[in-house]
Design a protein around this ligand. Structure first.
Ligand code: FPP
Ligand code: MG
Length: 322
């Protein structure tokens, strides 16, 4: 599967897209320009799709899932705008990042706008359980990003530290998107918990794949290889290597990770080491295990088109190249 799309939610996804327009109509054109630049840059809409399909699997009959799906993409977009400034990222989805085109100030402030607008829309829906779910998710995301910052260039970062960071910065938003369908359908028991866990597991798999791709991808897929290393980010491929390699090899990596500017030779040296300890395969195997768990979370649901679609989304996470 190149991209996820399901015919039966096409119309609803279009309604979600038109909500973007409505909520971006302000008297300040820069907001629209920056937000649209990122929102229209080929995002896969995984989180809104998860929210729509999870509403269907819980038998939801109302209209709130449309603005809620728009909000989940707004929050995601806000975090990307901020994250690319923090990471000093030149590219996003194969295009110049918003910070490259509009500058850091505009990126941060338009991210703030999207974030604030999200909670305005949420509060207008008058559902305290929904507001709680989104608030918990975004608070954990911010905590995850701060923890990642604190752990920058810390060669003692463990696999558990890493897991805690990726659960918070990435997986909780997938969990929130998947759980909302149950919340608005008042099916918060077994369905709600399993949808949350399903989302959490695919979110973990998503970030593991992202971090594996950072060592294997190329510009064709919209990323420069070795970005995480350049930023001093220790992700699972490198953590796995560091936990196994010789002291002399550890010294080489630490020397490189503390450097301000990496040469191609530095990059190749680390890449060679990571490959020699099978650390990319290890990371991908962890992603596959998380996807398996996500599919087990769906066991509580009877067979249906929606369940099959959620299974397809889980499989897509480990097939994607970008
Ligand atoms: C991408 O990680 C970043 C995230 C998944 C989370 C970003 C969260 C924040 C900036 C904090 C919360 C902010 C708000 C407005 C609530 P990555 O850098 O590993 O992935 P990438 O390769 O996609 O950049
Ligand atoms: Mg980033």
């Amino acid at each position: 599967m190149q991209n996820i799309s399901f015919d039966y939610i096409e119309d609803e996804l279009k309604m979600v897209e038109s909500q973007f327009e409505t909520h971006l109509a302000t008297e300040t054109p820069l907001i629209q320009r920056v937000a649209k630049y990122v929102i229209s840059s080929g995002g896969k809409r995984i989180r809104p799709i998860l929210l729509l399909v999870s509403s269907k699997i819980c038998g939801y009959k109302g209209d709130d899932h449309i603005p809620l799906a728009a909000v989940i993409e707004f929050i995601h977009t806000a975090t990307l705008l901020h994250d690319d400034v923090v990471d000093n990222a030149p590219l996003r989805r194969g295009k110049s990042s918003a910070n490259t085109v509009f500058g850091n100030e505009a990126s941060v402030l338009v991210g703030d706008y999207l974030f604030a607008k999200s909670f305005k829309v949420l509060s207008s829906l008058d559902n305290m359980d929904v507001i709680k779910a989104y608030s918990i998710a975004v608070t954990l995301m911010a905590e995850g990003e701060v923890k990642e910052l604190v752990k920058t260039a810390d060669i003692k970062t463990t696999e558990d530290d890493y897991l805690d960071i990726i659960i918070k910065k990435t997986a909780v938003l997938f969990a929130c998107a998947s759980q909302i369908g149950a919340i608005i359908s008042l099916k918060t028991g077994e369905y709600g918990q399993n949808l949350y866990d399903y989302g959490l597991n695919i979110g973990i798999a998503f970030q593991l794949m992202d971090d594996a791709l950072d060592y294997t991808s190329n510009e064709e897929f919209g990323k420069f290889i070795g970005n995480d290393l350049k930023e001093g980010k220790l992700t699972l491929p490198l953590i796995h290597t560091m936990e196994r390699c010789l002291n002399s090899e550890k010294d080489i990596v630490s020397g490189i990770i503390y450097k301000k500017k990496l040469t191609n030779a530095d990059l190749q040296a680390v890449l060679k080491l990571v490959k020699s300890y099978d650390s990319i395969d290890y990371t991908i195997s962890k992603a596959k295990a998380a996807v398996l768990k996500a599919k087990e979370n769906l066991n509580v649901f009877p067979d249906s088109e929606h369940k099959r679609n959620l299974t397809d989304i889980a499989n897509y996470i480990i097939e994607r190249k970008l």
